[in-house]
Structure formats: structure tokens, C-alpha cells
Design a protein around this ligand. Structure first.
Ligand SMILES: [Zn+2]
Length: 366
């Protein structure tokens, strides 16, 4: 049955917030218009936007994607209630056999569309920039293991440190398989990052976090990623991982290429206390997750709606740009034109927000 929703403020494919309306039929948008809606339209108060797309998320609601399909469903529903309607399941570094089993366990959720794919964050990461990954599990890329993982057909993104032996070849292979090679947890120099981009890397994983810093004599990965006209950069807009001034600066430096991620771990949506991230123990205090032994920041407890509000309230993003950075930009990184934007033919994944960008409703209902 068709349903027409109209709002005084809607995020149009052009990126503007203006009055508009959508016709929903069989889970898709069959018409998108501006101005006065057709007769019988339901008027909704607030801002109508595409459902959020999170390409870097480890879990939520007490559940981690590393624990397989059942946990994935809990994490998915937790983030869904905060406006995220498409997500990659990010897996932390693990031994190859266990990683493959987890990917195979999650594969049915990718095939039926509940997940947009799997994101492997490791194990081919720099020990110098391990962050919250268990250093004992990190290694240089192994071509056989990589082929096995890519062969599942559900891996959409791989974060790796391209400076490791075999790193550039791995980037080439990931790109050739149609997945996204992302530079992250990396001690790569500016030159090494440029080489990775030339080999087909397309993104920077949580820019600035767990990568060689931006320095005037050795600009590192951040400068190489930002100056590349096509690379996408992920930002964790929680006020803990990156200073708001840097968020605003990146947004202005890379318009249309900077995307918000949550990097959320299992504690998201739950109380402070003890949790796990892979094999490591994490303590969450005041919503900030840290590895219990070392105090290293261990992902976030962020939800995408809060990231959008932080970007607007603290980092100077316009509401349109923050909403796009949480929907259209990550969808473009994934090569998806059926999500992240309210256009004819797209999935009817919608989030209805209050004027202050809190979530009022997520459609469809489940
Ligand atoms: Zn990370």
C-alpha cells in the first residue's frame, strides 16, 4: 500500500533541506517531490532524512559483531533505534581461522540485506598504531588468508596498514575484488600513503586516530588522504577521539568526502562498566571506552544521531552537511545509490528527526 509523507524540511538529493515529500511503495521510494504534496499525504513534523549509513561499527546493546549472527542482530537493532538503517559489521583483529568463521556466520545477514557487508579492521595493522587491537594478533598481510576472506563475497571494506610487507599488493587485491581498501592503524609516511592510494586505497579509517600524526616535516597519512581529491575520510565525532576544531577543518578541507562513523563497541546503548573488545577487556566510564590495562581509547559508545548533533553543535557543520556525512557520503563510499539519499528507486529507509536532530522515528519500523 502506498504511503505519502510530506515534511517542511526534507534532505533532498541536492543536499538541501527544503520542504518535500516522498511516496513509499513496497519498501521503496517511487516518487520524490518538492513543494506541495499530492492529496492524501501525511504531514510529519520535523526533518525527514535518509536513514544513516555507518561503515564502521563494532556493536551495541551489549553485543559485538565478533560474536556472530545473533549478536549482530542485537547490535543492529540498537543502532537502528538511533537512525542507522544500513551498516557494515566491523570485526576487530583475530586469528585468521576464527575471523573466517565469523565472516561466514555473518554472511547470511549480508545476503538478506540486514547488513551492508563486513568490514575487517585488521589483522594487518601496525603494531606501533595498534590502538585497541591485541598486538599479538597483528601480522603482515597474508595473500592466502586475504583471498579466503574476500572469497566469502561479503567483505566490503578492509582496514590495513599499507606500509607492512605485502601491504601494497594487498591493497591492489582488495580493490580488484571490489572491496574498499582503507588506510588505518598505520604508521605509513606521506609517501607510503600516496603509494597505497595509487594502488587503489579509497579511504582513511578514523582519520587521525591510530595513525601517524600530521607533522609539517612528515605529513603522514592524514595529509595524503585529505589532499587526494577522491579519498574518503572517516571521523569519530564524539568529542573524545578528535578535537571539534579538527572535525570542522576536515569538513571544510574535504567537502563531500568526510563521513561520520560511530566506531561503536558493544557498550553502546548500555551502562558504564566492564566489556570486551575482541579478547581485550574494556572499561567504560562516563561513556568513554578504554582498554582496562593501558587506558587506550577502545572504540566509542557513540550513536550516529549523536555524532550528527555533535558535528552541528560543536564542529560547525551545517545540519545538511552533517546529515549527508552520515548518509549520502558513506553510501557513495560503498558504491550504493539505493541508500543514503531520498531519490526515486531508493530504499524507503527514513529517519524522522526533531529540529534539534534527536530521532523521533525510524522507518520502516523493523
Ligand atoms: Zn580502529
Amino acid at each position: 500500500m502506498a504511503r505519502v509523507l510530506s515534511a517542511d524540511s526534507m534532505l533532498h538529493p541536492s543536499g538541501d533541506l527544503r520542504p518535500g515529500w516522498v511516496r513509499i511503495e513496497d519498501g521503496h521510494l517511487t516518487e520524490v517531490g518538492e513543494g506541495s504534496p499530492p492529496a492524501g499525504a501525511e504531514h510529519v513534523d520535523g526533518i525527514l532524512a535518509p536513514g544513516f549509513v555507518d561503515v564502521h561499527c563494532h556493536g551495541g546493546g551489549g553485543a559485538a559483531f565478533d560474536d556472530g549472527a545473533e549478536a549482530a542482530e542485537t547490535a543492529r537493532q540498537t543502532h537502528r533505534s538511533h537512525g542507522t538503517t544500513s551498516m557494515l559489521a566491523s570485526l576487530v583483529s583475530d586469528d585468521p581461522a576464527r575471523l573466517l568463521r565469523t565472516v561466514q556466520d555473518l554472511a547470511p545477514l549480508v545476503r538478506d540485506g540486514r547488513l551492508a557487508g563486513v568490514h575487517l579492521e585488521g589483522p594487518w595493522l601496525s603494531r606501533e598504531r595498534a590502538g585497541a587491537h591485541d598486538p599479538d594478533l597483528l601480522s603482515a598481510p597474508d595473500a592466502t588468508v586475504l583471498e579466503e576472506l574476500l572469497g566469502t563475497g561479503v567483505v566490503r571494506m578492509v582496514t590495513l596498514a599499507p606500509e607492512l610487507p605485502g601491504g601494497t599488493d594487498a591493497v591492489r587485491r582488495i580493490a580488484a575484488a571490489g572491496a574498499i581498501a582503507a588506510v588505518g592503524h598505520s604508521d605509513a609516511t606521506y609517501r607510503q600513503t600516496r603509494e597505497a592510494l595509487a594502488a587503489g586505497a579509497r579511504a582513511g579509517t578514523h582519520l587521525f586516530n591510530a595513525m601517524r600524526g600530521l607533522h609539517h616535516r612528515e605529513p603522514g597519512p592524514a595529509a595524503a588522504l585529505l589532499e587526494d581529491g577522491e579519498a574518503f575520510v572517516e571521523l569519530i565525532a564524539d568529542g573524545v577521539h578528535v578535537h571539534p576544531a579538527m572535525l570542522g577543518w576536515v569538513h571544510r578541507s574535504a567537502p563531500g568526502r568526510c563521513l561520520l562513523i560511530t566506531d561503536a563497541m558493544s557498550a553502546t546503548g548500555g551502562p558504564d562498566g566492564h566489556y570486551r573488545l575482541g579478547r581485550l577487556h574494556v572499561r567504560v566510564d562516563d561513556g568513554v571506552a578504554r582498554i582496562a590495562d593501558t587506558g587506550t581509547i577502545a572504540g566509542s559508545t557513540l550513536t550516529m544521531d549523536r555524532a550528527v548533533r555533535f558535528a552541528v553543535d560543536e564542529a560547525g557543520f551545517g545540519a545538511e552537511d552533517a546529515l549527508r556525512a552520515a548518509s549520502e557520503v558513506p553510501a557513495r563510499l560503498l558504491g550504493r545509490d539505493d541508500i543514503g539519499v531520498l531519490r526515486r528507486g531508493a530504499r524507503a529507509d527514513l529517519v524522522l528527526l526533531e529540529e534539534d536532530l534527536t530521532v523521533r522515528e525510524v522507518l520502516p519500523a523493523s
